[in-house]
Design a protein around this ligand. Structure first.
Ligand SMILES: Nc1ncnc2c1ncn2[C@@H]1O[C@H](COP(=O)(O)OP(=O)(O)O)[C@@H](O)[C@H]1O
Ligand SMILES: [Mg+2]
Length: 387
């Protein structure tokens, strides 16, 4: 296993940045998921780590060793990595065991060692009895596991997976995710999984990075990403969040006083006085005749013993559709008053310097292996220690 450290990593194609000054550190043994809309630079980032692309600038360290940087470029085969891509090409004429042994044969390992390692890798992915089969005699999920075993047999310190589940149906994806989690724990290898499916990322990863237009918006534990998004993009992208423009009156002890219409509410957040965003998830809102927020009913259906209402959140950016549960049937177009039982406040503009942490500690300068650093504006705030 190995840690992965990127600093100011950049790669452009024809003058357009595909990966734009990305910096992060994840500890050895991490399961990092990279998430973001199509075209945001996930594959390019993975190819840079693999050594299949050369950076225009910045550095890549794997297990502390410089792999790419000024005057340094370690070729892919010398980086000690495993790679599993969406199209996991197996040799169709070779048995499963033959496919898994292939890389070991190329490395000219003794035959007995090749067989022992292939057997171990197949055991790890739960295919120990399938070694004699040909790829076409396996299901899609089993073939994907052979591709993973082929990587594991090389005993890489880091495995890179680029949308490995994209070709599988929903049920299989779920199963394979559980498998990935198990294999990650059993092998101790660090994983970097690229996906555009956030449920996938949040379910399995120890760390999740959200990318947008080549930039890393935030890298944090799944729960932190959900509860304390660092940017409005993350707030909207993760978990169907909504953002409402608000006026922040002041901040104290990790909470902000915000004005919505004629009301002043106190909501957790990190924003100075001025223009802000109130970031909301569906479960942060509940029907409340005295509530400060409101939504117009677009549609409602009876499900699970209650009325599931789709509403248009008053004042929200980005469409602002939300789902609510009501115990009566609402009229279409009705205005529902909503109360707040959660939420998170961010500054409207990215801050030039990050705010001090709520507990008064300085900005994180020495990330420990347990530390989930969160980019906010241009700086880093060490949220995990604040919790
Ligand atoms: N070899 C290439 N030549 C030119 N443009 C590329 C190349 N690879 C990627 N890009 C561009 O870089 C951006 C990021 O692509 P990619 O890393 O594949 O995104 P993702 O994997 O997040 O969908 C896209 O705009 C894509 O068109
Ligand atoms: Mg991609």
């Amino acid at each position: 296993m190995a840690s992965l450290d990127l600093s100011q990593l950049s790669r452009s194609f024809g003058g357009t940045p595909a990966v734009d000054r990305v910096s992060f550190s994840v500890p050895s043994g991490a399961f990092l998921a990279l998430l973001g809309p199509s075209g945001c630079g996930k594959t390019t980032l993975l190819r840079l780590v693999a050594g299949l692309e050369r950076p225009d600038g910045g550095t890549i360290r794997i297990g502390g060793r410089m792999m790419a940087g000024p005057g340094v470029f370690v070729p892919p085969e010398a980086r000690g990595l495993g790679m599993v891509f969406q199209s996991y090409a197996l040799w169709p004429h070779m048995t499963v065991a033959g496919n898994v042994r292939f890389g070991l044969r190329v490395q000219r390992l003794p035959r007995a060692e090749q067989e022992a390692r292939a057997a171990e890798a197949l055991r790890m992915v739960g295919l120990e009895r399938m070694g004699a089969r040909l790829p076409h005699q396996l299901s899609g999920g089993q073939r994907q596991r052979v591709a993973l075993a082929r990587s594991l047999a090389l005993r890489p310190s880091l495995i890179l997976l680029d949308e490995p589940l994209a070709n599988l149906d929903a049920h299989l994806r779920e199963q394979m995710l559980a498998e990935f989690r198990r294999i990650h724990a059993a092998s101790g290898t660090s994983f970097v999984l690229v996906t555009h499916d956030q449920d996938e990322a949040l379910a399995v990863a120890s760390h999740v990075g959200v990318m947008n237009a080549g930039r890393l918006e935030q890298l944090a534990a799944p729960q932190v990403l959900w509860q304390r998004p660092a940017t409005p993009m993350v707030a909207r992208f993760v978990g169907g969040g909504r953002t409402v423009p608000v006026k922040v009156l002041g901040a104290k002890d990790g909470a902000c006083a915000i004005r919505i219409r004629d009301r002043v509410l106190t909501v957790p957040g990190l924003a100075p006085a001025g223009a802000g965003w109130l970031c909301l998830r569906p479960h942060d809102l509940l029907p409340d005749p005295a509530g400060a927020l409101g939504a117009h009913v677009l549609d409602s259906r009876f499900r699970g013993g209650a009325h599931v209402v789709t509403g248009l959140l008053d004042g929200a950016e980005d469409g602002g559709e939300i789902e609510l549960v009501l115990h009566r049937a609402p009229r279409r177009g009705e205005f529902l008053r909503l109360g707040l039982r959660g939420g998170w406040v961010l500054p409207r503009e990215a801050l030039a310097t990050p705010l001090p942490r709520p507990d008064g500690h300085a900005i994180c300068t020495k990330p420990s292996p347990d530390c989930q650093r969160t980019a906010l504006g241009s700086g880093c705030i060490d949220f995990c220690c604040a919790a």
